[in-house]
Design a protein around this ligand. Structure first.
Ligand SMILES: [Zn+2]
Length: 568
């Protein structure tokens, strides 16, 4: 039991000072004065207790149970070749889910509403038939061939558009905090928009539309599609950047029906049936040179339109003259299936209805179809994210096995579908088995197995400074504090905490950074830094304990980027 400095750190200092002052006054007072002072002192004490009740100290046992040995056991199982990269969906993912639920049960973690599984449905989307694209010009109609001239993207909707006007909308970006909007001053309602991939000057380090500066998050197809729909557009034609590519080619998505070498099940997954999705009837096609020439006369013209934007960093959208979409037909077929998040709870001692979430995704990207069978084709995902899942399991066991319990409950969540677009955490926050308003914070561990030089990245601090400060205090309590870095806003929307932040829940994201084995077959257990994985897990456990024990609920500070248009 460490001396309760933390006791002091939180509320003790004030209390001790007043106690000494009280003893000093007492010695020198007359009886009446003494009576008043006693009453006054009593008020001070009660108020200090009322205001800042000391937080229960962290039981040593909680941290002692978090060991390298157990972490190794979990990663050896989850990241073994036999688990074939835990793809969503796959039989191996189901095996991993059973493993986690069994471990919860053995460790004494309780089920939620009688089950360890949070089931949700996903839709596998495949390209159907027919698919057609033709443009009407002043004097003729140009019909394009699928695969050679146009290919739908994975997020495409399915519909038929006939006789529609076309607007060139630059990069198709609305970035309020960057002060850039390709849709300002142009009416795209009921029209098809043409956009260029990327963002203004995205290959120039000074541009805000770079990875470093964060504007990159406006450049994905689903974000651009959501922005176009929000402005009333009914379809999207996408070209590669003519400034950075010699020839404009269509690649879109490698649909197995167009690319026979592709695994037949390597298909896009959606959390909503196409029928429900915002994108249901919004076709998005990637086009090549022939379409660019038909629409703009020459590729050079499209290039000049791009240069005009990049030069002034100002939008230059316009309605295309003398050309219309004659026919744009995209057909998709979808198959529905069920996958599972795994969940468990350790009930709190005083406020069991309120809870802190400890999260980690347990899925990864599966295995490829190697041309050479002797070649390694399994993406073991030891760091991504068997490491975080091991941390979550270690904490689940230690919280279940430790008494007393913190005031609030701790909910342990293993998400599937993360690699497919944060689908498991979206499903959980869309249909939570427990009231989401009772969730006081979410701590997410994704890739915590490759720490170097005692550094650890923390995300979410701008959304809840108090939680980050609390974590900082706990970091200073561990035997060898980490140097904490708060520079991962670009990764913030790439892991499951993002869906909780969208519900305005204070979150922290623990991450040891990208590395050369990221999403490679070489992300294997031999490269895991176990001593630091255990240190990070202990830090997260301490912060979880405190967040579950303090009286107050921590505030959430909304960020502009929280409202970013994302559709699933
Ligand atoms: Zn991950």
């Amino acid at each position: 039991m460490s001396f309760p400095f933390e006791y002091i750190s939180y509320c003790g200092a004030y209390f001790l000072k007043s106690t000494f002052r009280f003893l000093f006054i007492l010695k020198y007072q007359t009886y009446m004065k003494r009576t008043y002072s006693i009453i006054f002192a009593f008020l001070i004490v009660t108020s200090s207790f009322a205001g800042n009740l000391p937080v229960q100290p962290i039981p040593d046992l909680l941290l002692q149970q978090i060991t390298e040995y157990k972490a190794k056991e979990h990663i050896e199982f989850l990241a073994s070749d036999a688990m074939r990269g835990r793809n969503t969906p796959s039989p191996e993912l189901e095996k991993a889910a059973e493993y986690i639920a069994d471990y919860f049960k053995k460790a004494g973690v309780e089920p939620i509403n009688g089950t360890y599984f949070h089931n949700y449905n996903l839709f596998k989307v495949n390209l159907g038939e027919p698919n057609a694209f033709s443009i009407k010009t002043k004097d003729s109609t140009v019909a394009f061939k699928i695969k050679d001239d146009f290919i739908p993207f994975d997020v495409t909707g399915a519909t038929t558009l006939v006789d529609k006007e076309i607007v060139f909308a630059g990069y198709g970006i609305s970035a309020p905090e960057i002060g850039y909007d390709d849709y300002s001053g142009i009416d795209v309602k009921g029209k098809v928009v043409v956009v260029i991939r990327g963002g203004p000057k995205f290959d120039d380090t000074t541009s805000p539309f770079t990875w470093k500066k964060g504007g990159i998050r406006y450049m994905t197809h689903d974000v651009k599609a959501a922005t176009a729909i929000k402005n009333g557009a009914i379809g999207m034609i996408v070209f590669n950047s003519p400034r950075s590519s010699n020839a404009l080619r269509a690649s879109g998505f490698p649909w197995p029906s167009l690319f026979p070498k592709m695994a037949s099940d390597a298909l896009p997954l959606k959390i909503k049936s196409n029928k429900e999705s915002l994108l249901a009837h919004f076709p998005i096609i990637h086009c090549g040179e022939r379409a660019a020439i038909t629409l703009f006369g020459t590729v050079e013209n499209l290039k000049n339109a791009q240069i005009a934007i990049d030069t002034l960093m100002k939008p230059a959208s316009f309605l295309l003259q003398n050309v219309k979409v004659e026919d744009l037909t995209i057909t998709t077929v979808e198959k529905e299936f069920t996958v599972r998040n795994v969940m468990g709870i350790v009930k709190g001692s005083e406020k069991p209805d309120e809870y802190v979430v400890i999260g980690s995704h347990y899925d990864h990207v599966g295995a490829s179809q190697p041309n050479d069978p002797t070649k390694d084709s399994i993406y073991n995902g030891a760091d991504d994210n068997a490491s975080g899942t091991a941390g979550m399991l270690l904490m689940a066991e230690s919280f279940a096995q430790t008494d007393p319990k913190p005031k609030r409950s701790i909910v342990f969540l293993a998400f599937s579908g993360e690699e497919k677009g944060l689908l498991g955490s979206q499903a959980f926050t869309d249909n939570p088995p427990l009231p989401l308003e009772n969730c006081v914070s979410m701590l997410n561990m994704d890739m915590i197995g490759r720490a170097e030089q005692d550094s650890l990245c923390i995300g979410g601090n701008t959304r809840c400074k108090e939680l980050a400060d609390l974590n900082e205090v706990e970091n200073n309590q561990i035997e060898k504090p980490f140097s904490l870095h708060y520079n991962i806003e670009n990764f913030f929307f790439r892991s499951d905490q993002a869906n909780f932040a969208k519900k305005k829940i204070p979150v922290l994201f623990y991450f040891t950074g990208e590395h050369k084995d990221y999403h490679k077959v070489t992300d294997e257990i031999s490269k895991i830094n176990f001593p630091d994985l255990v240190r990070i897990t202990k830090l997260c456990a301490r912060t979880a304990w405190k967040t579950a024990s303090i009286d107050e609920r921590l505030p959430y500070t909304p960020q502009k980027s929280d409202n970013m248009d994302i559709i699933h």
